[in-house]
Design a protein around this ligand. Sequence first.
Ligand SMILES: NC(=O)c1ccc[n+]([C@@H]2O[C@H](COP(=O)([O-])OP(=O)(O)OC[C@H]3O[C@@H](n4cnc5c(N)ncnc54)[C@H](O)[C@@H]3O)[C@@H](O)[C@H]2O)c1
Length: 333
Amino acid sequence: MTHNTQAQERWFVTGAAGFIGSNLCAFLIERGAKVVGYDNFFSGKHENVERLLNTYGEDFTFIEGDILDEASLHSAISGCERVAHLAAQVSVMRSIDLSEETHDINTTGFLRVIEAAAKQNASSLVYASSCAVYGENDALPLSEDERPCPMSPYAASKLANEAYASGMSVKAPELNVVGLRFFNIFGAWQDAANGYAAVIPKWIDLLIEGKRPVMFGDGSATRDFCHVENVCNAIWKAVLAGEAANGKVFNVASGVPTRLDRLYELIVEALVNAKLGSNYPEPEKQDWRVGEILHSYGSPKQAKEMMDFAVEVSLQEGLQRMLSTQYCQNTNN
Ligand SMILES: NC(=O)c1ccc[n+]([C@@H]2O[C@H](COP(=O)([O-])OP(=O)(O)OC[C@H]3O[C@@H](n4cnc5c(N)ncnc54)[C@H](O)[C@@H]3O)[C@@H](O)[C@H]2O)c1
């Protein structure tokens, strides 16, 4: 593995107890960084933090704290050159019920993180936006040039992050800021109860137990499933790209639409290869949920051009990695 000048740097990762955050901490440490993880366990898991502490010893420090708590945030971020901001209220449904809570965590929280990063002299901040900012749009694959159209308070809060990132550049010109619009991310340690690509861990859990998964619609709906290692790599590349990516927002997408019925086949194939489960019942088809977008996939072109990011882990490979990292180990324990 090639190490570069970033190798010894200190990263501050918000949302470190969560799915993407805990994977990112491991990814960064394996590339030589020291990581300070920060999370208040709003939806994150203690076992994710324990795994990181047990595996990485003193390369990983964890601070329990809320991104809304300025004093705690400033003290935790101090001494870190790079910031990855992943902490958020991530449920679209919850954002509809509790819109102000989502605004506080996702928008005010973002502002606090960017202010703290600037004040503590971090040099770059990469933050999680979402494909949800596109709303319903038939111009597939979705490109960053499309006009956003948020259809939930969650999506609005992510678009607000993008607006603040741009607006804050006048106040914090020394801080490089890059936004990444994640598509449907999946991988080990993903909470099956959480939105997004949770269809993958949900189906895996059911199929291992020989139970029928639920498939909404006739199976023809498509999504852009992107393995979490690609996200970690995109965050890394966003920092490496320096000025070329500064102030911009990029899709983190595979660029490949996958039908849900094809996804089912690929999961079964991966389970067979990993020798997990033995009886894989056909999905139970239920009506497509009103208001859900039928087709969505993103263009990875601008991320390729501006920050040299390319998806390296395919859906098939990602499913295999997910099973061997999480499920096969569990079985062996
Ligand atoms: N998973 C996906 O497919 C996907 C897609 C688009 C965008 N995203 C974005 O990526 C980021 C990570 O998502 P995830 O899937 O890992 O979700 P997750 O729920 O596993 O992680 C979010 C983390 O943020 C923490 N958090 C919430 N509020 C906090 C607060 N006030 N202070 C400190 N920590 C707080 C939670 O405890 C949790 O650990 C989020 O910003 C999400 O909006 C994810």
